[in-house]
Design a protein around this ligand. Sequence first.
Ligand code: NAI
Length: 331
Amino acid sequence: MKALVYAVRPDEIDFFEQFSKELNLDIDLCSSNLTEDTVEQAKGYQTVIFLAECKVTGKVLESLKSFGINHIVSRSVGVDNVDWEKANELDIKIANVPAYSPNSVSEFVLTSTLVLLRNYHHYLDRVQNQDFTITGLVAKEIRNQVVAIIGVGKIGFETVKNFTGFGPKEILLYDPFEKEEVKKYGRYTSLEEIYKSSDIIVYHIPLLKDTVNIISKKNIDKMKKGVILINVSRGGIMNASDLLDGINEGKIAGAAVDVYDNELSYFRHDWREKNIPDTTLVKLLAHPQVIVTPHAAFYTDEAVSNMVSISLGNVKEFFDTGNSKNIVNKK
Ligand code: NAI
């Protein structure tokens, strides 16, 4: 039994060597993404491990099935890159890494919020140009802000706790599934109140049919003037043109964008010296009130180690029992 690991980054190689040895697993590593063009490489293997940037389309799944592969493993949390209808039809089981370090993403949210709130990016720009003035950059403190978290799951809860340390005016929460343990840190309320009252809105929701473009003109219009938006969730939850309009109209004071709808062509690739054809992305990159990061919120040593060890654990379970405790049920 052998697994092929797709989309391997150099920083993962030592972890793959260490954990495959510990689990006594036979694996091969390749740097290409799993796509319709690369799926042929999986012939002869009994499973594949992939990442969120791989395109696990119906065609990819059909090919994997034809190679005798009945279970596959994502080393990401989000699995919206899989054609679930086809996976169910072909009865291919899919396991993910449900939590590799929720705190890694949450700390990034705090970092992004503070950068925007304290005008840190503007100071860096000025100082790089030997402009040591501070005029026009008077900042705000978190203790005077109403912070809202939309989607209070594993990462959202960490963000709630991390914000608590700064003592914001209030923490508002929205999630269709309320959890008792979160209530001592914040108050669950409606989206309407969040839009009306919040100075900072953080999104920690998965990309689902009802979360597509939740950041849209319709909802931005309901928001408080001067709001800061933090999207470390998925690009598909945000209409980037509406976001830019909201900023240019003065409604939104700043936005942190770690994910982008069309990110697969750009994020994690070196586009220096090349023209980016996506004009919306170009506008986001150029906008002084927007900070763009290349889907990097998760990227810590702890998260990378856990992504590798837990996904290999899933492979081991599949090989030993045909099942895994981390199967994602999308039936
Ligand atoms: P989770 O499943 O623990 O939590 C998601 C929460 O969202 C749940 O509590 C769920 O009830 C809630 N939710 C679902 N639909 C909602 C809606 N319409 N409105 C409000 N809340 C809703 O997931 P986790 O681990 O917290 O991750 C959240 C998302 O973060 C992932 O799905 C992924 O897209 C993104 N992510 C981004 C990373 C990055 O590096 N930028 C890294 C890891 C995850």
